[in-house]
Design a protein around this ligand. Structure first.
Ligand SMILES: NC(=O)C1=CN([C@@H]2O[C@H](COP(=O)(O)OP(=O)(O)OC[C@H]3O[C@@H](n4cnc5c(N)ncnc54)[C@H](O)[C@@H]3O)[C@@H](O)[C@H]2O)[C@@H](O)CC1
Ligand SMILES: [K+]
Length: 503
């Protein structure tokens, strides 16, 4: 599903109204009905309801919701923040209609309290908010947040901008946000996402063609739009599913490539080999299905090992490089030579990313998936983590285009950026994965999927999604703090099963 900015949503609205000819009042009515439907589903006390309205169309939606509430026997107070003379267009039409209903209008002043309401609809600002809220609206937002009622935000929690994930002033902290037509950036990315509570997207008759017209480039991955997981032919054999070679590890971090290799195996690679130093061979004994390539060195890779490894990987399909690899200069020399002398599809993670420079990135063009977390990406760009956090959507997009790589920028709202400028957000991240080892697992899964001939982008999409699904299934049974990476790997089959059940 497309994720839009406020400006894109407004343009899609405009196109629908002016070019397609659906009157805006119809869209507002559809919005109100959709929001009312979601309200009915909420299992909360509903004896006394407040609809808090601003003067724009978000307020207009609120006024129409109030009508549906009254029509269905609910007791409603409408709290106006601005004088009713300020209503224009569709909001005014809905105000004039609502005046004829048995509803109590309360003009907000500082004596108005919200604590008596079981449900509060926040219809103060939506996509039209310009800058940080000040004055009366700010006071109202604070009072709503301090009140005990269940808070339903109409379209966007008031005070946030649809186009940004930053919290730049006071904003409503909603329990439920019912957004219209498409999710906006605010609903999908942290920290703003935290203020939205549960997010439900309601169709209001904006046609897909109106959304296409605004050239969306950001998409939310969900079960419905995930790439198809291939079914295996009954006569298939291991040679059909590729060979992934994991090259990583150094003294103290030898578990990292082993977990990546195990994850590759569990993601379905026909064959997975883990390069491992002889002294640490025993690490692989838990996973006899993973094959070993014995590295001649001692504790870390040096140029001495490179030719033999290049020979070994020649007929293999994918390289997954970097997990636990270490950061000294000799390792960089090894990595540079390895990248130079191979032309495989390559997943680069962790310390592998640490060593990348312009020259190496150029050699990886159109054949690599890079999987940095925010800190690793900041380092790759030579900027601070804060700078990345503030502008991560654009930075990811520019990087993937500039270097022709698939960039997986890992966080609770992972962004997958493609060389052709598309962005996919994987917003089902779970705290159980906030743990060392998760990155190794993801790199291994993506490598294992590429081995099975998924495109780099599809492997990244499925890899990120299946890990999140698996971890969230485990969280239903275990404490989120106590889930090990190896458990996630062992349970990948459940994540795949759940995804495949939707396909
Ligand atoms: N345009 C359409 O066709 C539709 C719009 N809909 C609703 O309309 C909303 C957008 O409506 P609008 O564009 O009227 O905008 P909003 O209702 O979000 O708010 C805009 C109003 O707030 C004022 N404002 C902006 N920033 C402010 C600030 N910092 N402090 C105080 N006042 C500020 C503006 O002057 C304007 O009066 C959507 O979020 C959605 O809820 C829906 O009814 C569906 C259809
Ligand atoms: K709102």
């Amino acid at each position: 599903m497309e994720v839009l900015s406020s400006a894109q949503m407004m343009e899609a609205d405009r196109y629908t109204i002016e070019e397609i000819g659906i009157p805006s009042i119809v869209l507002m009515e559809n919005a109100a009905k959709g929001i009312f439907e979601e309200f009915l589903k909420c299992e909360v006390k509903k004896d006394k309801i407040a609809v808090v309205v601003g003067k724009g169309n978000n307020g207009g939606d609120g006024l129409a919701v109030a009508r549906h509430l009254i029509n269905n026997g609910f007791s409603v107070d409408v709290i106006l923040i601005y004088p009713p003379e300020d209503f224009k267009g569709d909001a005014k039409i809905n105000y004039d209609i609502l005046k004829k209903y048995p509803v109590k209008f309360i003009q907000y002043d500082e004596n108005v309290e919200f604590d008596s309401y079981d449900v509060i609809f926040d219809a103060i600002f939506g996509t039209g908010l310009g800058k940080a809220v000040k004055g009366v609206a700010e006071q109202v937002i604070e009072k709503i947040n301090f009140s005990r009622g269940f808070k339903i935000a109409v379209d966007i929690p008031s005070g946030l901008s649809g186009s940004s994930y930053e919290i730049f002033g006071k904003c409503v902290k909603a329990d439920l946000t019912v957004t219209l037509a498409r999710p906006k950036i605010v609903h999908v990315f942290y920290p703003a996402k935290k203020m939205c509570g549960e997010v439900v997207v309601k169709d209001i008759s904006i046609p897909d063609s109106a959304v296409s017209k605004v050239n969306p480039e950001l998409f939310m991955l969900n079960y419905e739009n995930l790439p198809l997981i291939y079914k295996r032919e009954p006569d298939s054999h291991k040679g059909n599913f590729g060979h992934n070679v994991v090259i990583g590890g150094s003294k103290g971090k030898m578990g990292a490539p082993v977990m990546a290799a195990y994850a590759s195996l569990m993601a379905g690679a026909g064959l997975t080999t883990c390069a491992i130093f002889e002294d640490y061979y025993y690490y692989l004994s838990r996973y006899p299905e993973v094959m070993a390539y014995i590295v001649q060195g001692k504790d870390f890779y040096t140029l001495n090992e490179v030719n033999a490894i290049v020979d070994f990987v020649q007929d293999k399909d994918v390289l997954t490089i970097g997990c636990g690899m270490g950061r000294n200069h000799q390792i960089k020399e090894f990595l540079a030579e390895l990248i130079d002398k191979t032309d495989h599809f390559t997943v680069i993670d962790a310390d592998g990313l640490f060593h990348l420079d312009e020259i190496l990135l150029e050699k990886l063009r159109y054949r690599a998936v890079l999987t940095p977390h925010i800190g690793e990406f900041a380092r790759l760009l030579g900027v601070s983590k804060d700078e990345v956090l503030k502008d991560r959507i654009n930075l990811a997009k520019e990087f993937a285009i500039k270097y022709g790589v698939v960039l997986v920028l890992k966080s609770a709202d992972t962004i997958i950026a493609t060389p052709d400028g598309l962005l996919f957000v994987v917003s089902n991240g779970v705290p159980a994965l906030a743990k060392g080892g998760s990155g190794d697992c993801l790199a291994g899964v993506i490598g294992g999927l590429i081995a099975q001939k998924y495109s780099l982008v599809d492997a990244a999409k499925i890899g990120c999604f299946v890990m999140n699904v698996t971890a969230s299934l485990l969280m239903e049974e275990k404490n989120e703090k106590c889930i090990k990476t190896t458990e996630v790997i062992e349970n990948l089959y459940r994540g795949f099963n759940k995804i495949e059940a939707y396909q």
